[in-house]
Design a protein around this ligand. Structure first.
Ligand SMILES: [Cu+2]
Length: 182
């Protein structure tokens, strides 16, 4: 199904749900005039204003893309497959290229923007990057049929672990790759 059809269905579904809420509100008993405490009303209006302003200020930045204005220093192609990640500086399109990339050691520059182009050869996976001290620093979905770009600047040298973050089968927890930043 094309994206626009899904979007239209989602929009129509939202309209139906909003209509149900409106109908429930219309058919419920209304409070007697003056029975709603002024403070409650002000809190409601305040919250509504906060959500409205926050949404207006942040929504235009979607889809969220880090370092959009910088060209990456290095592009790394990532292919996920149960249960390993293959990382390479060259595109990985065939099974043979995937197998060859599995054994490669990838080294990334410290303090420079790097772009990961992440896809999957089978099911959905998550591609999450963990710093040498075990903190998660960035993540993106690995989806069959799509290439998702993740730009990141590594500020800490050492060995990083890429861990699958989307349950994908029996050996999901062991689905990792390692690379070095220096
Ligand atoms: Cu997984």
């Amino acid at each position: 199904m094309p994206q626009s059809t899904i979007l239209l269905l989602f929009f129509l579904g939202s309209l139906v749900i909003a209509g149900v809420f409106w109908w429930v509100w219309r058919t419920s008993r209304q409070p007697a005039p003056g029975s709603v405490e002024p403070l409650r009303r002000w809190i409601f209006v305040g919250l509504l204003l906060f959500v409205g302003i926050f949404t207006a200020l942040t929504l235009w930045r979607m889809p969220y893309f880090l370092y959009a204005e910088e060209l990456p220093e290095r592009v790394i192609h990532v292919v996920s497959r149960q249960f390993a990640f293959a990382l390479s500086e060259r595109p990985i399109e065939t099974d043979a290229e995937y197998a060859a990339a599995l054994g490669q050691t990838v080294e990334l520059p410290l303090g420079k923007v790097v772009e990961f182009r992440v896809t999957s050869f089978d099911v959905n996976h998550g591609f999450a990057l963990y710093s040498p001290d075990g903190r998660i620093v960035a993540q993106v979905q690995a989806m069959p049929g799509y290439v998702n770009r993740l730009r990141w600047r590594f500020d800490q040298p050492g060995e990083y672990v890429a861990q699958c973050l989307e349950y994908c089968g029996a050996a999901h927890a062991n689905m990792q790759a390692r690379f070095v930043v220096r």
